[in-house]
Design a protein around this ligand. Structure first.
Ligand SMILES: [Zn+2]
Length: 247
């Protein structure tokens, strides 16, 4: 392509999105003289959800800025913690992130998730309608214009994914207050009210119960909590303290 050329510098953490041949510190990049900087950055492979400040010759500009021949463009990653104005912080996860969704719920973070693949348009529409930050490892999905906000999930390892999202958005943590199965809030429940939903051994052994206000699933503090408690303890240690929930 002939046309104006700029020098494009991506922040180190954004270079993984560029083709391997274009991961140098400063990359000569052709533009057509009419496209916005947002378009140029997306064409370089970087989802705009991952972009923070944009500097042109040292001056901050919006994504709508049209770069001119000879200019030097610096693209920074998002600030951490990232603030998402316009709605309480809530998430929507794509079909590949079920483990991350359950772990966020375990910590009391509102994390909607569809077990079935409802398709990119439906996910994007739900993100917009419910003002949820869409989490995905699919760059094409994050490029959809209609989403409310989005974030690329950098790792395919659930431990790293959780640390990434907690560090990036710093959500308030309230462990044991949300149903890991359906994302509904939990309420305290006593043995009498949930007794007919319990196995006999459970009824005898465990005293602390909670019940989901939406799917009515019953929770109790049992031996199987050890692994989950470790996840909670590690998250609280690194990302803040929280009041303990109902279970
Ligand atoms: Zn539930």
């Amino acid at each position: 392509m002939n046309g104006p050329g700029i020098q494009l510098t991506l922040a180190p953490e954004l270079r993984l999105f560029a083709p391997p041949s274009r991961r140098a510190e400063r990359v000569p990049t052709a533009t057509d003289g009419a496209s916005s900087l947002g378009h140029v950055v997306e064409s370089a492979g970087v989802p705009l959800t991952e972009v923070g400040r944009l500097l042109v010759d040292g001056r901050e500009v919006p994504v709508s800025y049209v770069p001119q021949d000879g200019q030097s463009v610096e693209v920074f990653g998002v600030d951490r913690p990232q603030r998402v104005p316009g709605a309480p912080l809530r998430f929507l996860l794509d079909v590949h992130l079920g483990t991350l969704a359950r772990r966020l719920r375990l910590l009391g973070v509102d994390a909607a998730y569809e077990n079935e693949d409802i398709g990119d348009p439906a996910l994007a529409t739900r993100s917009a309608a419910e003002r949820r930050v869409l989490l995905s490892r699919d760059r094409g999905l994050l490029r959809r214009r209609e989403i409310f906000a989005g974030a690329y999930v950098y790792s395919d390892n659930p431990d790293d994914q959780l640390r990434d999202i907690l560090g990036r958005f710093a959500p308030a943590l309230a462990p044991w207050t949300r149903c890991t199965a359906c994302n509904g809030p939990l309420r305290e429940a006593d043995k009498e009210s949930v007794g007919d939903r319990l196995e006999h051994g459970t009824h005898r052994s465990y005293d602390v119960f909670a019940q989901c206000t939406e799917c009515e699933r019953v929770y109790w503090r049992g031996a199987h909590h050890a692994r989950l408690e470790r996840i909670v303890d590690e998250a609280l240690l690194e990302f803040g303290t929280a009041e303990s929930g109902t279970v």
